[in-house]
Ligand binder design. Structure first.
Ligand code: UD1
Length: 345
């Protein structure tokens, strides 16, 4: 029987790009998503790129009975890559319990269903937010996990711990958490990309929507940080590069090569850019001018964070390849294609 990799949240931004890279690497994919923050049409995008339409189930992982029913009798799930989660930092501060219920209960149900059905490996979608403002930069995996700066960040920490302790308790499970820095960009085909609902929280979709005139003006949150131009520094990683890290991680688990049982890796480029540098690079890459204004700091933002990727480079044999310019151009091409598509519908 052909084995499949289950991708939870597979119609979402990073999930859909990972589904594509898995298929391109020769894997069979099954997607579970509740479509809370994504659309079924993403499946067409995946199909247009790969020539293959993944099996899809609209299931909310918090619905334990439906999840158990999905797993029951299935012997074809070889591994799980778990993306499905709420991810808006600000919203999590306003509605913490909504975040704890969704992001914790879903993983709990998933782990129990996996163990009950003999599915062993799990790759978890984590975040560099677990480091808070690191004491030293670039931040490597030995840096301590800090007091969370939001309930969202706390759910990432708790999820990692749930997986780790489950593995360490001797359950037949292998786990890898990938701690992403700032994923941006889109598939170069512009068939899939980031499609936030409503007003974007993150920098890149705000930039592309401003360039297209959907938003009037980008607000740059603070220029009084201790950086070259006063705006915060982040490590912006291309979503396709990031997706390939998942392919490598899940293959490592399926091949039984993860020595520690539970592992975690920083997934970034190793380079930091300020907000103004990103705006400037976007303008250069696309020829579009961004109307922006400096405003006050956004609560909870850290000053600077970028990855030491040595461990991922050496252990996973993975590295980010794409330049910031090509990544920004891919985000712009996606935004234009996406809006054209919406208009045509
Ligand atoms: C944060 C988390 C990340 C999480 C993500 C989810 C950290 C270090 N990172 O990313 O783990 O997955 O949220 O949403 O906590 N900015 C503006 N104007 C805007 C939007 C953003 O100036 O309209 C600036 C921010 O101040 C920040 C940078 O752009 O300096 C990136 O912001 P954003 O894209 O929201 O990501 P993070 O907050 O870094």
């Amino acid at each position: 029987m052909a084995k499949k990799i289950l991708v939870t949240g597979g119609t979402g931004y990073i999930g859909s790009h990972t589904a594509v890279e898995l298929i391109n690497a020769g894997h069979d994919v099954v997607i579970i998503d509740n479509l809370y923050n994504s659309d079924r049409s993403v499946l067409e995008g995946i199909q247009n790129i790969t020539g293959y339409r993944p099996e899809f189930h609209q299931i909310d992982l918090c619905e334990r009975d439906r999840l158990e029913a999905f797993f029951a009798g299935r012997k074809d799930i070889a591994a799980v890559i778990h993306f499905a989660a709420y991810k808006a930092v600000g919203e999590s501060a306003e509605k913490p319990l909504m975040y704890y219920r969704n992001n914790i209960v879903s993983t709990l149900n998933l782990l129990e269903a996996m163990i009950g059905n003999g599915v062993k490996p799990i790759v978890f979608s984590s975040s560099c937010t677990v480091y808070g403002q690191p004491d030293a930069l670039p931040v490597d995996e030995n840096a301590p996990v800090k007091e969370p700066s939001s309930p969202y960040g706390n759910t990432k920490q708790i999820n990692e711990q749930m997986i780790r302790y489950t593995v360490e308790a001797g359950n037949p499970l292998g786990g890898i958490s990938l701690r992403y820095f700032n994923p941006i960009g889109a598939h170069p085909s512009a068939q899939i990309g980031e499609a936030p609902q409503g007003i974007p929280n993150n920098l890149l979709p705000y930039i592309t929507q401003t360039a297209l005139g959907i938003r009037e003006q980008l607000k740059v949150f603070g220029n009084d940080y201790n950086t070259s131009d006063g705006t915060p520094i982040r490590d912006y990683i291309n979503v396709v590069d990031l997706s390939r890290a998942h392919v490598v991680a899940v293959e490592r688990l399926m091949n039984g090569h993860n020595r520690q049982g539970y592992e975690f890796f920083n997934i970034g480029t190793g380079r930091g850019h300020t907000v103004l540098e990103v705006i400037e690079a976007f303008e250069k890459a696309t020829g579009q001018k961004i109307n922006y204004q400096i405003v006050g700091r956004r609560p909870g933002d850290v000053e600077k964070v970028y990855a030491d990727t040595t461990y991922a480079n050496q252990e996973l044999g993975w590295k980010a390849h794409k330049t910031l310019e090509e990544t920004l151009l891919s985000a712009w091409n996606w935004e234009k294609a996406y809006r054209k598509n919406i208009k045509a519908q």
